[in-house]
Design a protein around this ligand. Structure first.
Ligand code: 4NP
Length: 148
């Protein structure tokens, strides 16, 4: 079974959204995949996902029931793919990742043209809808690659 870790800054907005979407889309494809998410920072360790993330997921028949956690050193060995929501997250991961595993690190939007999934934390609810649409497209493209 393959595995993917989604990473953002706080693990309460973007990466839990990606995790909820990936769980739904992988199940819909009958794809067996281990899915988790984490943050580069520990500010929100142990907290539930932002209510705005949970609301968008619920509206799209998905959910995230986990608790925020920071990226751990063991994640770099444990996961096959580690997908960063923005270039800052990717740079932070690269600093911590053992050289043997750096090829596992990618930008979330790489298969759909690159760029960042914007941090929605200080914005309005629209940001969460925009992110959801971006993430559905990007997660689908990653699942295509995993299945190929
Ligand atoms: P996330 O969003 O990285 O998508 O979970 C954020 C959550 C919290 C903060 C920043 C971004 N914060 O500064 O606390």
């Amino acid at each position: 079974m393959r595995s993917v870790l989604f990473v953002c800054l706080g693990n309460i907005c973007r990466s839990p959204m990606a995790e909820g979407i990936a769980r739904k889309l992988a199940a819909g494809r009958g794809l067996s995949l281990e899915i988790d998410s984490a943050g580069t920072a520990a500010y929100h360790e142990g907290e539930r996902a932002d209510p705005r993330t949970r609301e968008v997921l619920a509206r799209h028949d998905a959910s995230f029931d986990g608790r925020a956690r920071q990226v751990r050193p063991s994640d770099f060995e444990a996961f096959d793919l580690i997908l960063a929501m923005d270039r800052q997250n990717l740079a932070d991961l690269r600093k911590r990742c053992p050289a043997a595993y750096v090829d596992k690190l990618h930008l979330m939007l790489e298969p759909v043209g690159g760029g960042d999934v914007p941090d929605p934390y200080y914005g309005g609810p629209d940001g969460f809808d925009t992110n959801h649409a971006m993430l559905v497209e990007a997660v689908s493209a990653w699942l295509d690659r995993i299945e190929a």
